[in-house]
Design a protein around this ligand. Structure first.
Ligand SMILES: C[S@@+](CC[C@H](N)C(=O)[O-])C[C@H]1O[C@@H](n2cnc3c(N)ncnc32)[C@H](O)[C@@H]1O
Length: 213
């Protein structure tokens, strides 16, 4: 697959080769807002739910519990992360390896569109994150919704603490996207989608939903 040849895919494998074994245990203490996103999916049985950059499959597993009967799909650029996702989800989800910025959903996942698409703490790790956001928005089925959660502006944290957090995240190649609200608004307007947004406490996380009419 073309994505396996990219430097970014190799970097993600390097980051997660060891980390994936402790990922779910450790990330629950700082990837806040993920369960708020899942609770807001408002999915019905039979809907196709895709998580782009699904990591270990933690969110997909939970989505299947909260919204029984949905059809689960996941995509990630890291073959290492997909090993964990496959182990966690088995036949409950169809998974594919590809780049969020440019994957072919029909070829990788057997579906051209999805009723719900999730981007959770992934745009902050994707270099061309606006392309990934726009690509996900292009895959919405009629009346579909794209749900995004990621680090916010951290404006409510004392500045030294926010700086410390940013520096620590940078070690994992994570960059909070300050421009995400603007990009979400621009892409929603360009694609005729409705946008709703909210902020978590202290601006720790931001959540956006782009809905197709
Ligand atoms: C911080 S983890 C988030 C995993 C999961 N979404 C969650 O909320 O726990 C970021 C994930 O994004 C994936 N990723 C990074 N860049 C990607 C890209 N260009 N295309 C697809 N996945 C990517 C990584 O491999 C990793 O699994």
């Amino acid at each position: 697959m073309a994505s396996r040849g990219t430097a970014h895919a190799a970097l993600m494998d390097e980051v997660y080769r060891g980390q994936r074994h402790i990922y779910d245990l450790t990330r629950k203490y700082y990837l806040f807002g993920r369960d708020t996103l899942i609770a807001g999916l408002d999915a019905t049985p039979g809907m196709r739910v895709l998580e782009v950059a699904c990591g270990t499959g933690r969110n997909l597993a939970r989505t299947g519990q909260v919204w029984p009967g949905v059809r689960l799909f996941g995509l990630d650029i890291s073959a290492e992360m997909l090993k964990s996702a496959r182990a966690a989800l088995g036949s409950r989800a169809r998974l594919g390896e590809g780049d969020a910025c440019a994957f072919d959903p029909q070829a990788l996942l057997g579906e051209p569109q999805f009723e719900r698409i999730v981007l959770s703490y992934s745009l902050s790790m994707i270099p061309d994150w606006e392309a990934a956001l726009d690509h996900a928005a292009s895959l919405l089925a009629p009346r579909g919704a794209l749900h995004i959660v990621d680090f916010g502006d951290l404006a409510g944290l004392p500045s030294p603490l926010a700086a410390l957090l940013r520096a620590w995240l940078a070690r994992f190649h994570v960059t909070p996207r300050k421009a995400l609200p603007d990009a979400a608004a621009r892409i929603a307007a360009a694609r005729g989608l409705e946008l709703t947004s909210r902020r978590g406490p202290l601006g720790y996380w931001q959540l956006h939903v782009l809905t197709r009419g």
